[in-house]
Design a protein around this ligand. Structure first.
Ligand code: NAD
Length: 260
């Protein structure tokens, strides 16, 4: 079912996106990687995925805050790894600051990268998916797409917006064999989370150790981080036949965080 499908995964040079790329390539899907990083390391990752899984793996350096670069990503993927059957909107950034001090340029960047990029990949890929009568749009939102935390106004707004976009698109494409769902992870120990520990410590006036224990893991009932392998498996499941009737949802994988 998933074998031979073509996926574009934004922000897949690191963290969750890379975990999803690994899982999708492992399920026999061709993958177009995207994101920033050291070109030598990215090429090594690309070649390794291709060799180990025997699928086509490409890379495109689009900055997904720029609609014209997203258009080039989608067009290049169609040529190099095949027209997108699966879009994983995963690229994301974070800034932690009180709302009255929130840097305006960071607000704009978070909205562009964490929300508007998903609109652009979706609008560019839906026509082909509808034509082929099959498609999967997977939006990597967050538990912060369902609940808020202080000092993350832009991120929480963008992720709630992504859940709204997910529901709307799901309704529009429902009769064309295309599903659209949001995955809402709790905390995953990736560079994105590691980077915000010092800022959260500053914003709350507590130590970095206290941030991990009392802020990050306090939110998760299991007291464990979610792993990128678990999220990769969920994304592959959403591409399966078994998931054909799951659409318009916001699926938490958050160790019980949003059950509170
Ligand atoms: P990460 O920092 O490890 O990876 C982010 C990826 O996005 C990288 O590949 C980076 O190069 C790419 N990226 C950033 N800006 C980009 C841009 N302008 N254009 C193209 N690519 C860009 O972060 P992560 O933790 O793996 O986060 C991935 C997604 O998961 C994000 O949307 C994040 O909000 C979401 N998420 C993360 C967590 C967590 O705890 N880590 C929890 C819930 C949701």
């Amino acid at each position: 079912m998933t074998k031979g499908k073509n996926a574009i995964i934004t922000g897949s040079t690191s963290g969750i996106g890379l975990g999803i790329a690994e899982a999708m390539a492992g399920a026999g899907m061709n993958v177009m990687l995207n994101g920033f990083g050291d070109p030598v390391e990215i090429e090594a990752t690309r070649a390794d995925l291709e060799k180990r899984h025997g699928v086509a793996v490409g890379y495109h350096a689009a900055d997904v805050s720029k609609p014209d670069e997203i258009a080039d990503l989608v067009a290049t993927a169609a040529k190099e790894t095949g027209p997108a059957d699966v879009i994983v909107n995963n690229a994301g950034i974070q800034t932690v600051a009180p709302v009255e001090e929130f840097p305006i340029d960071k607000w704009d960047a978070i909205l562009a990268i964490n929300l508007s990029s998903a609109f652009h990949t979706t609008r560019l890929s839906v026509p082909g998916m509808k034509e082929r009568k099959w498609g999967r749009i997977i939006n990597v939102a967050s538990a912060h797409g369902l609940v808020a935390s202080p000092f993350k106004s832009a991120y929480v707004a963008a992720k709630h917006g992504m859940v709204g976009l997910t529901k709307t698109v799901a309704l529009e494409v429902a009769e064309f064999g295309v599903t659209c769902n949001a995955i809402c992870p709790g905390y995953v120990l990736t560079p994105l989370v590691e980077k915000q520990i010092p800022d959260t410590a500053k914003a709350r006036g507590i130590s970095e150790e206290d941030v991990v224990r009392d802020v990050i893991l306090d939110a998760q009932a299991t007291k464990q981080f979610v792993t990128v392998e678990q999220l990769g498996a969920l994304a592959v499941f959403l591409c399966s036949d078994a998931a054909a009737q799951i659409t318009g949802t916001a699926l938490p994988m958050d160790g019980g965080w949003t059950a509170h």
